[in-house]
Design a protein. Structure first.
Length: 88
């Protein structure tokens, strides 16, 4: 039986059923308990921050919980989340 070559190239039209999912920024109130949970499991605050991709400044703010700190934690987290995801 002979095979007939129809074309040198293969072309296909791909239709996506849904658009690609764009990552959404996390909320600080959702990330805080995750950090505390990892620390309770034996990680240091720095390791927990690295695992969750949170800056040391924010993790330290959570660890120290100092009233003297001038960091606006939630606002800083929002800015860093957008940078992490390439949204801003």
């Amino acid at each position: 039986m002979a095979i007939k070559k129809v074309s040198d190239t293969l072309e296909a039209d791909v239709v996506l059923a849904c658009p690609p999912v764009r990552p959404m920024p996390r909320k600080w109130e959702d990330v805080m308990p995750e950090i505390q949970k990892l620390v309770a499991q034996g990680m240091s605050y720095q390791e927990a921050g690295d695992a969750l991709e949170v800056s040391y400044v924010l993790v330290n703010q959570l660890a120290v919980q100092s009233y003297k700190s001038s960091v606006h934690t939630e606002e800083l987290f929002e800015v860093q989340e957008k940078q992490r995801l390439g949204l801003g």
